[in-house]
Design a protein around this ligand. Structure first.
Ligand SMILES: Cc1cc2nc3c(=O)[nH]c(=O)nc-3n(C[C@H](O)[C@H](O)[C@H](O)COP(=O)(O)OP(=O)(O)OC[C@H]3O[C@@H](n4cnc5c(N)ncnc54)[C@H](O)[C@@H]3O)c2cc1C
Length: 477
């Protein structure tokens, strides 16, 4: 039950100092409540900083219907949050921190310096100025007596109680940055329904021959097109052939379907078009031209530019017989089936699927099993491709949970005469949002999203491929 303290004396714990937790902290502190942020790591926002290492895409500029569609089955659950705080509001918020943005050729939106560090620095300074207290190296261990929160800290185990709690503990990828999924059993013990965490935007294992793996591991395969089903429209992009399989942006874009196919059937197929700019008929025609004394390998290189890793992939998968038959070889070039045997471990993935289900949360993101405890960010059960959709959903769900806490704490002082309807609850959320927005005008003006399409750096290099580059590649860079 909510406490009977007057609102101004109420305290809120945010556990997890990633983008979702920090956004919740901002909303709640702006509404006048005392906020303590706890994080297991020596500093907050570590994954957010990593996301900004090679060029962080913070959101996407496509129209709102297409944008929402990126969240697949979770679109309906995320829709109200993203309607209130979507791409435009997020861009305006970034501008309010004094950071300019630009839109890349892909439609992705980047902070002007393409890094997270200046944004995080400005944001933390603003949060501290608004009274938010930070407790790093505090690992949440679960609940103790009377719903107290247990933390391990440098002073040993400590216990604290709060009037409301937001859990923004992230998924389970890149555990060394703090989000390790260790919260799953803690919530399950309370009867909270949690879908198992699975890798999303991940690479896959392939049983390559030793010859192919040794010769081409680390080689980029570009520009190609791929699909997870033989008759699906193929997406164009690139990926990297690794010692154990495939990874990189094109594979990540198809990863949820490929992962689910493996779970269902034991394997999945990546259908690869090695020469997307030419039709099957054209390729067949070119391969059928007389080649004199030329080998088929030379013919492929001269006619279609297929050499190196692309030629290696063809040799790996196409039988010796088919390799000499133009029609069969052309068909393989346009739709080369690569059998994937397992997703790479979740720790290597860009993000996680699964998490706290929306059915166990009310419209304010409060856990129905644990009143007064709210959840936000990647720990909720949604997934999305790379391209700024991940961070947008983290920010907007963090904001929604923050507003939910403000509602909960304010409503705790109203006589509990009748149970409020869903419509009344969402009207209250709107009212809190307006109040928070009003008090924020002093912090920075909300300006229209600025697009600097001429930013040559982004246009030429497609920074997202760099931002979301494979873990091993990133490590070695
Ligand atoms: C390499 C890489 C690049 C990425 N690039 C992009 C990008 O360009 N665009 C994009 O949209 N997304 C990107 N992402 C994804 C994005 O960074 C995440 O989706 C986002 O950070 C998740 O935010 P969150 O607040 O939910 O969780 P997190 O950022 O994971 O934060 C969770 C916090 O909770 C803390 N925590 C966890 N357990 C405990 C505990 N028991 N006690 C105390 N604290 C705990 C952790 O230490 C951590 O600080 C990238 C991810 C990776 C790995």
């Amino acid at each position: 039950m909510p406490s009977k303290k007057p609102p101004q004396n109420k305290t809120v714990a945010i556990i997890g100092g990633g983008p979702a937790g920090l956004m919740a902290a901002e909303v709640i502190a702006t509404a006048g409540f005392a906020v303590d942020v706890f994080d297991a790591m020596p500093s907050v926002g570590r994954k957010f900083l990593l996301a900004g290492v090679g060029g962080m895409n913070i959101t996407h500029s496509e129209d709102s219907t297409a944008f929402l569609g990126r969240y697949g089955q979770a679109s309906a659950d995320l829709a109200p949050m993203i309607a209130q705080f979507g791409a435009n509001e997020l861009i305006a918020w970034v501008h309010g921190l004094g950071i300019d943005t630009f839109i890349g050729s892909s439609g992705r939106v980047f902070p002007i310096e393409m890094k997270a560090a200046p944004l995080l620095r400005a944001w933390l300074a603003r949060l501290k100025a608004s009274g938010v207290k930070f407790h790093v190296r505090h690992r949440w261990l679960g609940w103790g007596a009377n719903k107290s929160l247990r933390f391990s800290s440098s002073e040993g185990e400590i216990s604290r109680t709060f009037d409301a709690v937001i859990l923004a503990l992230g998924g389970a990828s890149w555990a060394k940055l703090g989000s390790d999924g260790a919260w799953v059993p803690l919530l399950a013990e309370q009867g909270v329904k949690v879908e198992p965490l699975k890798p999303s935007n991940c690479g896959f294992d392939v049983a390559w021959s030793a010859h192919l793996a040794d010769k081409f591991a680390g080689a980029p395969v570009k520009t190609v097109a791929a699909a997870a089903r033989p008759h699906d429209a193929k997406k164009t992009g690139e990926f990297v052939l690794t010692q154990s399989g495939v990874e990189g942006s094109l594979v990540y874009a198809l990863s949820s379907q490929l992962r689910d196919d493996i779970a269902e059937n034991g394997t999945a197929t990546l259908w690869l078009d090695l020469v997307p700019q030419k039709s099957l008929a054209r390729i067949t025609e070119e391969l059928s031209q007389p080649r004199g004394a030329d080998s088929m390998a030379n013919h492929l290189r001269r006619k279609l530019g297929i050499e190196g890793v692309k030629a290696g992939l063809l040799r790996e998968i196409v039988s010796k017989d088919d390799f000499t038959q133009p029609a069969k070889l052309a068909a393989a070039i346009k739709s080369l089936p690569i059998t994937l045997i397992a997703p790479r471990p979740i720790d290597e993935a860009i993000s996680s699927a699964g998490g706290v289900t929306f059915t166990g949360l009310d419209t304010n993101l409060m856990l129905s099993q644990v009143p007064g405890v709210f959840c936000a960010g990647e720990m909720l059960d949604w997934e999305a491709p790379t391209g700024g959709y991940l961070l947008t959903a983290c920010f907007s769900s963090g904001r929604a949970a923050g507003l939910g806490v403000v509602n909960w704490l304010n409503s705790a002082h109203k006589p509990l005469a009748k149970k409020r309807t869903k419509a009344e609850l969402s009207a209250e959320t709107e009212k809190s949002a307006r109040k928070v927005a009003k008090s924020k005008t002093a912090e920075g003006d909300v300006v229209a999203a600025k697009s600097k399409r001429s930013k040559a750096k982004a246009e030429s290099a497609d920074p997202v491929e760099v931002a979301i580059k494979p873990k091993r590649a990133r490590k070695s860079s």
